[in-house]
Design a protein around this ligand. Sequence first.
Ligand code: WT7
Length: 642
Amino acid sequence: MFKKVDLYYPTKEIKNKAWVKDKKIYKDAERNPIKFWEDLAKEIFWFKKWKKTFVHKPPSFQWFVEGKINITSNIFEKNSLGWEKIKNKTALIWEPEPTNEKERKLTYDELFREVNKFANALKRLGVRKGDRVGIYLPMIPEVIISMLACARIGAIHSVVFSAFSSSALKIRLQDTEAKVLITADGYWRRGKIIDLKKNADEGIKQTKVKKVIVVQRAKNEISWQKNKDFWWQDLIEKESVQCEPRIMDSEDTLFILYTSGSTGKPKGTVHTCGGYTVQAKWTGKWIFDLHHDDIMWCTADVGWVTGHTYGVYSPLLNGIPTLIYEGSPDWPAPDRWAKIIEKHKVTIFYTAPTAIRMFKKYGTEFIKKYKFNSLRILGSVGEPIDEAAWNWYFKKVGKGKCPILDTWWQTETGGILITSLPGIGPFKPCFTGLPLPGLKFDILDEKGKSLPPNKEGNLVLLPPFSPGLLRGIYKNPKKYLETYWSEYGKKVYFTSDAAYKNKQGLIRIVGRVDDVIKVAGHRFTTGELENAISKLSSVSECAVIGIPDEIKGETPIVFVVLKKEKSIEETKKELIGQLRKEIGPIASPKQVYLVEDLPKTRSGKIMRRILKRLLAKEKLGDLSTLANPESIKDIKKVVKVR
Ligand code: WT7
């Protein structure tokens, strides 16, 4: 890329190759966004064309109404690149964590056969269209096969991040009422085997799960219950390699994925077959400029939406190989990821700022010997990328030639919505870029007035939104309305992010306006962490806040009031253990403070803002609304600030 003041533009090489290089596209799309998406949808295979492109009955909206589709047909037999052209091409590259184990590669045809076999097996177990299937698998090929097999037969997949605890799994399974769970015996992480089956067995208690399908991965010893547990291998053994795709309605649900927000309980975001397919296909193709010879590595776990869209659906819809890696980024050495990029000649690399910051901390020596000649485009997602991390990524990984796409989106949006396009630019550190063509974003003040450049406000998305935007929160229309369609009325999608734009229209994301914190890119609400802690009988009350962290972006800090006196060491141990048990190791707090009281308003609301400012050594501001200002003194003592 070349630099112009503090802006970067694509090199000739990048521009020449790019699918999209003419700025005119923004104007064209703006004129008629519905037609814009409609034209893109025409390049997708539909069993039956839709009747209406966009229907809006606020807050509900639909895309490609009455269209009939199956996302797996668009990946396999009806892939827009032509089945004959791609069937012998690599679809999936799997890199195991142990370095003495061989990678596994599947061609499109091989993947298709595996998907069909497993789809038939699911049918034989009684899984029907619309049934929810829980997937609790590590990063192994079977996680992708499972998702696609569900989609093939119209079952709704709900993937649960494998590092989530059994309690986190249970809450999600209870909400979806899944009857089948797919899991594995174990997997490798930092040289050790993680016993996943044990968690799965614990997690399905008090749920409707009757059948558990187990992939043999780590060959660790596991407990087994006849008539409940089934080996994956046994199930697929005699199944046919053909399975007719279930013809789905555009607005049928493709998957439910849980995320955190607004309350303690995770919300199941509902994504549909039609709109999601169109958006996944085109955002991937245009943003990562996917061509037939590309190899994409999206480092996100499939348990998150990034893994769903850019680790699975988008690369496959575009007929290119997707790479997945089982283990820890720096195992057995900091250059593990670098090695994988070189070994498989990855061209498109998509990761999170937290990973970049971690590698940056390892210095430059370990990465020096890697030329990364294959890399063409780099992406970042999940949280704001600071300038230092941006520059490191740009220079040390991209060697100054790859555009860095800072991509903004959410679990709710299903795909990237804000980023400058690689063939057009501009790219500016700390700014995510321009909204994609056809999208109407605005930045509003509290009253709903549109703000001029450089004024911070709430980021909102206006009709016709995007085809992949969530259609609901599973079984909770009230929450859907409250969370997304209430701040500015039923016609405005409220992102919960604060942002501003510069004169050029480039958007800078400032951060969440709700109680969501991002820990190493993982999304939690302070409320759900507090809920987990409050379950302990020793706890009287608690407050969780996120504070800035050099590597993780943010990290949780716990303030706790106990019922009976206990040592801080003991309390810490108990709390950390509880958060690991209820949520998972990634929710571990950095610090636990034992306090006598928490600052509260007269109506009894805990003032987390004050705790945050205290730790940041900022002015506390107006304390007149506090019911118990004396609590501050003790807290100051405990956290050792004056
Ligand atoms: C929240 C959504 C869907 C991608 C993974 C995260 C923050 C996301 C960026 C970015 C600054 C970002 C926002 C958003 N976020 N991308 N490029 N720059 N902030 O999905 O877990 O649903 O979180 O992540 O705050 O609302 P998620």
